[in-house]
Structures are given as C-alpha cells and as structure tokens.
Unconditional design. Structure first.
Lengths: 214, 289
C-alpha cells in the first residue's frame, strides 16, 4: 500500500468510519461499565447475527475468558434467547439451578453464574443483542431502581453500538464489492499517483464527471 | 397439525350473526327493552366480593410464552399445550407442543398463575423457538390462536418493538376485548415503544416492590394500568426447579391469576367490568392492603 492510499484510508477512517479496534473498545467499555455500575463479578454482551440467526458472544469483562469471544448460540433458546425475542429484561437469581442454562452458559462463558441480569440492546425497533450482568453482590434484595438503571444503561450502550455498527457496515461496503467500493478504489488509486500521471487522471475523471453530469 | 393460521387479518366475530334479535349497529325504539342487562356489580365492590374464597375453577388461562414444562410440581397439569411454528412457506401453524419450555420463562408465569388461582385451567401457547426472524409472525399467530380458542385470560409477559406488528396486534387486542378474552400484558421495563401493552383494550402491568401476590395498585397515570408483585419473586423454572426472579414479566401473571379468581367467582364479566373491578379493589383506590 502506498502513502497515498494510506492517506485516503486514514482520512476516511478519521472522518467518517469507525475501525474494528474502536468497535472492540466500545464493546469492552460497555461490559466494563456495566460490571462497575452494579459491582458485579462479570458482564458480557451478545450481538445478534441476523443472517445466521445466532447470538455471537462479543465481549466479556471480569473473568479470564477472552478466548471465548466469537462463540455462537441459537437465537431463540435459553435466557439470552428469550430476552432477545421478547425484547424484555430479566433479572434472575439461582440460575445455576437451571440445568439447561448452566450447560449452555458454561459452554459459552466457562463459568456458571448464580445470578444474572439480562437486558436487550434496543435501537428503536431493532434489537442489536443482549447485555448480561453476572453475579451482582447479594447484599440486598433487588430494587426497581436497579432495573431502571439497567434499562437506561442498556439504551445508552445500544445507541453507541448502533452508530458504530452503521459505520462498520459502511466501511465493509467500501472494502468489498459494489458501486461504492469501485468508487473508493478509484479514489484510492488516484490518491496513489504522483506528478503528471496524477494530473492526467484527475483531468480524465473531471471529463467523465462532465459527460455524466447534468 | 391442528390448524392453519395463515390469514393475516384478525378474524371477525361471527358468533353474533346468529343472534339476529340483538341490534348490532343501532338501537331501534322497539328494541330497547330487549337489551336489558343485569348489572353484575354490587353497590360497593370490595376485594372480598371480588375474589374472596375464589380458586380460579372453570377459568381458562393461556400462557403465551416460551412454553410450559410438563409436570412441573409448581404448575401441575396443563389443560393443553400448542407450539406455533412456521411451515416451509413461512406460514404459521399450531401443533401440539411436545418440547415444553425452551427457556423457563413460560413455566415461571404458569407457576405464578397456579399459586394464585390453584384450580384454573392452564393452557400453554408457545411462541418461542421458530428462530428470531419468525418471532414476530409467530407472536401474532399465537395471539390469534389464543383469542380464537376463547380463553378467558391470556397472559402476555412479552412485547414487540416492531411497529409493523403494532397494527395487527391492536386489531387482535380489540377483537379479544369484544369477545370477552382478557389480555393481560406486561409493560416494558425500559423506556421504549412496544406492543401490545400500551393498548387500552388490554390490562397492562408493571411491578411494585412489596411481597404480597394479592396486593395490586391502580396507576393514576397510564399507559401502565396496574402494579403487582414483580421483585424477587420465587418462580417455577425448568428442571422442576424454582428460582428468584424480577421483572414485569412476573407481575403480569399475578394480575392474570387475580383476574382468574374474579372470573371464577363472577363468570361472564366482560374485560371492561374486570378492569373496573380490579380498579375498585386496588389497594390505593378502595381495596384493603
């Protein structure tokens, strides 16, 4: 890759489009803040893959289970599946008594929590995934205030996620096939040229624009 | 396969067509004496009148949810169970449910109803398991099925945020209301638009923090209309277990169970009358705490 193409890409990335790294940092931040708000042992987020109809384990905070990121599970089973489908938060204690849940969660997180809060990440009428907060301290009974806080935080997280997901889709479109990608590649190629060749190319594109223009 | 559910619109209520003596759209002078209705409500409606000594006997309560575990000790026998799925053409079908509960949530709701109305007939209509993309059509088909079965109470501890389903849900909710099926729907725990709980033809339920399952409050500031026990509730869960749960999901079957008590003691009350009775017997209105 030449400097010119690099400039194009960095300009695009800085001005418009989020990077994979930013996306991962946001997910990580969401689970870390969720864990901190509730003083919980762990927190994780599942993103919904609409094409595969699966929940993808996207980030975790609190345990040494980073290697599990990327694991998948069916979208309509278990507690996370119910929260996704019903778009309704759930707060459960003693979930380790649920044999199916214990097996599923152990497979996806390597750890079976005693208590869990699960809340949908809702962006307007779409559901982006499910945020889970595991094993908050059992110091007192649960309060409706905590439920409100869970919902408000999930909403904020969903807004941030939605923005970055749109940018991510746009960048994937630019990198992939299609008209937008062709234009981006042309722009990158022109950026990469120098001197007279670059002037010729710019002139050619200007002529093309005149011919195609109104 | 029990029945195809492919048609999209809410079905019309054909039952009234046979009752040609009853005026449907207007009231001629000569017909006024033929529509005399005995007022089933006493001068003073209190909780003892409304549900004292009631068991839910003879009342059909449907749990529209993730299924209900067969033989759970806190639920007991089910009067029936169907699963709504999509066929190869994507049309919804209702089949006898052989899988039970895919999550635990439906069993929890059924257990709450059973704990309040021990003799109610509990039916399960499972609307989870057809994959996420099918969840909207399956929910609509499940509700349509439940309304067509003539259940007295349908517990919906779930909602959809999809506006495209809102209109049909609204039709179905109104249809249920006019047919005498009380839809009891969970209000959303989050500040989002979702359906059907916002419709005035359903009973919408949020949570209070007290421990009494028979304690309920009327909300002077709807759309959430009633508050019932929804925090740290011991509920039935899959594997014959019970766990502690919080959410409007669990307050909703409290009101479903209480509605079953009222209907078992006073069969034939319309959803409008049931709502009035619940309002008059709410702890913050006239009921005793």
């Amino acid at each position: 890759m030449t400097d010119g193409a690099g400039r194009f890409e960095s300009a695009v990335a800085a001005g418009v489009l989020a990077s994979e790294e930013q996306f991962a940092r946001l997910l990580r931040s969401i689970v870390e803040v969720a864990r901190a708000i509730f003083g919980a042992k762990a927190s994780s987020v599942f993103l919904f893959d609409t094409e595969a109809d699966e929940l993808v384990f996207a980030a975790v905070a609190g345990d040494e289970e980073q290697h599990l990121v990327g694991r998948r599970m069916p979208s309509s089973k278990g507690i996370a599946g119910w929260v996704l489908s019903s778009r309704t938060p759930l707060v459960l204690d003693d979930v380790q008594k649920d044999p199916r849940h214990a097996r599923d969660v152990a497979a996806s997180t390597g750890y079976v929590p005693k208590g869990m809060m699960a809340v949908p990440l809702l962006d307007d009428e779409e559901v982006l995934g499910v945020l889970q907060v595991l094993d908050r301290p059992q110091r007192s009974r649960f309060s409706l205030q905590e439920m409100d806080l869970l919902g408000m935080f999930a909403n904020q997280a969903a807004i941030a996620l939605s923005l970055l997901m749109s940018a991510r889709r746009a960048r994937q479109a630019l990198e992939g096939a299609g008209d937008t990608a062709a234009v981006a590649k042309l722009a990158a190629a022109v950026e990469a040229l120098e001197g007279a060749r670059r002037e010729s190319a710019t002139s050619l594109i200007s002529d093309l624009a005149r011919v195609l223009g109104p | 396969m029990i029945e195809f559910l492919a048609h999209a619109a809410a079905e019309d209520d054909d039952e009234h067509e046979d009752e040609e003596d009853l005026p449907a759209w207007s009231l001629p002078k000569t017909a006024a004496d033929r529509i005399s209705i005995d007022n089933p409500l006493p001068e003073r409606v209190d909780k003892e009148w409304a549900l004292g000594g009631a068991t839910g006997k003879g009342v059909k309560v449907c749990i529209l949810d993730s299924g209900v575990e067969f033989g759970h000790p806190l639920v007991g026998d089910l009067a029936g169970a169907v699963a709504i799925t999509l066929d190869e053409d994507g049309d919804p079908v209702a089949e006898e449910d052989t899988e039970g509960d895919l999550c635990g949530h439906g069993t929890a709701c059924a257990g709450v109803v059973r704990s309040i109305a021990p003799e109610a007939e509990i039916y399960s209509v499972r609307v989870l398991g057809a994959g996420f993309s099918g969840s909207g059509p399956v929910l609509l088909a499940g509700l349509r099925w439940a309304v067509s079965q003539g259940y007295d109470v349908v517990n919906m501890s779930l909602s959809t945020t999809k506006r495209q389903f809102g209109e049909v849900l609204h039709e179905l909710a109104d249809n249920a209301y006019f047919r005498g099926t009380m839809l009891v729907a969970s209000a959303h725990n989050m500040p989002v638009e979702s359906y059907p709980w916002r419709f005035s033809s359903v009973l919408s339920v949020g949570s209070h923090e007290e421990d009494d399952p028979l304690l309920y409050f009327a909300n002077p500031d709807p759309p959430v209309e009633f508050f019932a026990r929804g925090v740290d509730v011991e509920v039935a869960w899959i594997g014959g277990e019970s766990i502690t749960a919080t959410g409007n999901s669990f307050a909703t079957p409290c009101i479903s169970g209480i509605t079953a008590l009222v209907l078992s003691k006073h069969p034939g009350l319309t959803p409008f009358q049931v709502k009035t009775v619940l309002y008059l017997t709410s702890a913050n209105v006239g009921g005793s705490r």
